[in-house]
Design a binder for this molecule. Structure first.
Ligand code: AMP
Length: 565
């Protein structure tokens, strides 16, 4: 079938012929009849390079009424490069349509020029979400007559932290509009957009399997079966600030693990099929509010669970099939964050890990469980940080202080510190004093790469780590760093690895092949009235040698959650 038979009008056919587009690509053949018909919302699961720009661009152009000025079609996309590329493509396809104008609006360029273009009556606006919000706030764009909204690379937009902006934009558009969503993958956040804003959409998938999100680190710890629960505890204790989802295979296991954690004072709870809807809602509410920081769940019960900010997925037991692994891991690294997916495995299960790696095109980092000393050091660091960062209001204690001071007058400084530490840590130190090595003995060949007994492997092997002189004080999040880097260097967000936000600066990792582009392009880049630079940085220091005075996030669990002995 050719473009004419699919219903494309003559002016567009002429341009396509000049561009050498003879036969529709599969996504075009599948989508064009649906989108030209214009009666239903649409979801297209397709990667870039599949011809999707023409798949939505041609029907969009064909549906524009040139006699009316102002936006009739809006395309939202994640980056400036893509915005310009889509705009160019649409201009080329539509060059013989008279009176149809396309405007590109994106951050980092003169807003005045973009406002002029909009005032000239462009009917199609191709926009990055942040800039469109900016224009909406300045009342420079009127979305009240938009008939079609296209979300291109929706998963990528969410990776870059545009969720809120997309929500705000879609809410401002007329209810009767059509929404066409294109995405390479369908993580829960994209599925939520589809649920909230698309009405009975027609869905077309171009075959390809779901891909694993690039900003997730996959780690694996090997222990013997009898140490599985201790292994879980060590990971939790070694990860202050963890907000995690622990997957078990059965309801019973879920219940047993959650109860054991609760009994030891961790802020944990279970989510499984035996709960009533009301109980389930209650647990979910507490998890969303983060008063539960460890949710232990079965796959079935966690279906549709959509909570941002989950830092860790822990596979207490490995799932049977690779798709479930992707599905589980996709609950972390949302909205531009990075995340860690941790598998607890016995040496006998290494074959299953290999199957997951092959099927999902990913690699596990084989890590060693930290020993008791490393865990205690990590927790004490967190304790010291919390003390240092605790706000103090001397007036509030003025009436009580003299009596307390008198009672403690007999202790010198060091003794006092020891006593305060002991009040919180005695039981904890006790737990780990006798704690032996629970790492399962394995042949190095079984894990395919050296099994270091110290966790010294760089966070993402082969990646270049960069320093950037913006941090939390500049009110940025991970998504903002991804946008900044992608917009200026032209690399894709998948090429960016871990991001560590600090107060005044940050670090991020970039795939080796993309590092040069980042180095060259991020020199003296303007950002919020200041100049941004990047510099090469070394890899992170060994986890087993924490810098005692490093700032860590406040700890959780037994140290905060339990009543002191
Ligand atoms: P896209 O996925 O939209 O970025 O398209 C990928 C590439 O395929 C672009 O270079 C398009 O110009 C080209 N392209 C799109 N549709 C066709 C077609 N039907 N025939 C030949 N090339 C096409």
């Amino acid at each position: 079938m050719d473009f004419k038979a699919l219903g494309i009008r003559d002016e567009l056919l002429r341009a396509l012929k000049e561009l050498g587009f003879e036969t529709p690509m599969p996504i075009q053949a599948a989508a064009l009849p649906e989108l030209l018909d214009g009666s239903r919302d649409f979801i297209g699961l397709a990667q870039t390079g599949t011809g999707k720009t023409a798949a939505f661009g041609l029907p969009l152009l064909q549906g524009i009424d040139p006699a009316r000025k102002g936006p009739q079609g809006v395309i939202l996309c994640p980056t400036r490069e893509l915005c310009l590329q889509i705009t160019d493509d649409l201009k080329r396809y539509g060059r013989y349509l008279s009176g149809v104008r396309v405007a590109a609006v994106y951050g980092g360029a003169s807003i005045a020029h973009q406002i002029r273009q909009l005032r000239d009556g462009s009917q199609i606006v191709v926009a990055t979400p942040g800039r469109l919000i900016d224009l909406m706030q300045r009342r420079a764009v009127d979305l009240s007559n938009v008939a079609t909204c296209v979300l291109d690379e929706a998963d990528e937009m969410l990776n870059m932290g545009f969720q809120e902006d997309i929500d705000r934009i879609l809410e401002k558009m007329p209810a009767g509009r059509q929404t066409w969503l294109f995405s390479a993958t369908m993580p829960p956040g994209v599925a939520a957009i589809a649920r909230n804003y698309l009405d009975d959409p027609r869905k077309i998938s171009l075959g390809g399997r779901q891909h694993i999100a690039p900003n997730i680190t996959h780690a694996c710890y090997l222990m013997n079966e009898r140490h599985r629960y201790q292994g879980l505890k060590r990971i939790i204790d070694f990860t202050p600030g963890i907000f995690g989802l622990v997957f078990c295979r059965t309801r019973k296991e879920t219940q047993t693990v959650a109860e054991a954690l609760l009994q030891e004072g961790y802020p944990a709870d279970a989510l499984h099929g035996d709960l009533s809807q009301a109980q389930r809602d209650h647990v979910m509410r507490k998890f969303r509010q983060q008063s539960i920081r460890l949710l232990v769940a079965t796959d079935v019960a966690a279906r549709g669970l959509d909570v941002d900010a989950i830092s860790h997925i822990i596979h207490y037991n490995l799932p049977d099939d690779p798709d479930t692994y992707i599905h589980r891991s996709g609950r972390t690294a949302r909205a531009g964050r990075s995340g860690v997916s941790i598998a607890l495995s016995t040496p006998r299960e290494v074959g299953r890990l290999r199957t997951m790696e092959r099927a999902n095109a990913m690699r596990f980092e084989f890590r060693k469980f930290p020993d008791g000393r490393a865990i205690c050091e990590r927790q004490l660091d967190g304790f010291v940080d919390r003390i240092v960062e605790t706000p103090v209001d001397p007036k509030a204690f003025a009436d009580f202080l003299p009596a307390v001071c008198e009672a403690l007058a007999g202790f010198d400084r060091e003794e006092l510190i020891l006593r305060f530490m002991s009040a919180d840590f005695n039981r904890f130190l006790e737990d780990y004093r006798e704690a032996g090595d629970i790492n399962a003995a394995v042949r190095p060949s079984a894990v395919g790469r050296p099994a270091n007994d110290r966790c010294v492997r760089p966070e993402a092997p082969g990646a270049q780590r960069f320093f950037i002189n913006v941090g939390r004080l500049d009110k940025i999040n991970e998504g903002a760093i991804v946008r900044l880097v992608c917009d200026h260097s032209g690399i894709r967000s998948q090429q960016i690895g871990r991001i560590e936000l600090k107060r005044e600066f940050s670090f991020f990792e970039v795939a080796r092949g993309a590092a040069d582009k980042v180095r060259r392009s991020l020199k003296d880049v303007p950002f919020d009235g200041r100049r941004v630079q990047v510099k090469d940085a070394g890899h992170k220091r060994s986890l087993n040698k924490p810098d005692r005075f490093r700032k860590t996030r406040p700890g959780i669990g037994r140290l905060e959650g339990r009543v002191s002995a």
